[in-house]
Write a protein that binds this ligand. Structure first.
Ligand SMILES: [Zn+2]
Length: 112
């Protein structure tokens, strides 16, 4: 098959192509549905006097974020899983990552 539809890409000096989505910090995939995951849930941050906009976020795919929200309470997320390193150390999260990496990216991943 001929794939010769050379589409001209704009390249003026000011043009920055849309950044390729950063991969998910947990599973490393670039899913079609990516979100900014607040390392501390907004409600917990507010309780500690931090505005939602000041809470650091990381790029996460919808599947991983959904998993975190369904698996852990807000206080666990805020107190124990507030860094990527801490998340990656959890055995159940490692198991989830191993599993989710085998799932098709295009399909909405159902957690539970
Ligand atoms: Zn992910």
């Amino acid at each position: 098959m001929l794939m010769g539809m050379a589409r001209k890409t704009p390249d003026p000096s000011w043009y920055a192509p849309p950044k390729a989505a950063d991969p998910c910090v947990l599973c490393g995939r670039e899913a079609p549905s990516m979100t900014d995951h607040h390392l501390v849930p907004k409600s917990q941050g507010r309780r500690q006097g931090v505005k939602p906009g000041d809470i650091p976020t990381v790029r996460m795919c919808a599947a991983c974020q959904g998993y975190l929200q369904k698996t852990f309470s807000n206080s666990e997320l805020a107190n124990e899983l507030n860094t990527v390193e801490a998340m990656l150390e959890r055995e159940e999260i490692q198991r989830f990552i191993t599993w989710v990496r085998k799932q098709p990216l295009t399909k909405g991943v159902r957690v539970h």
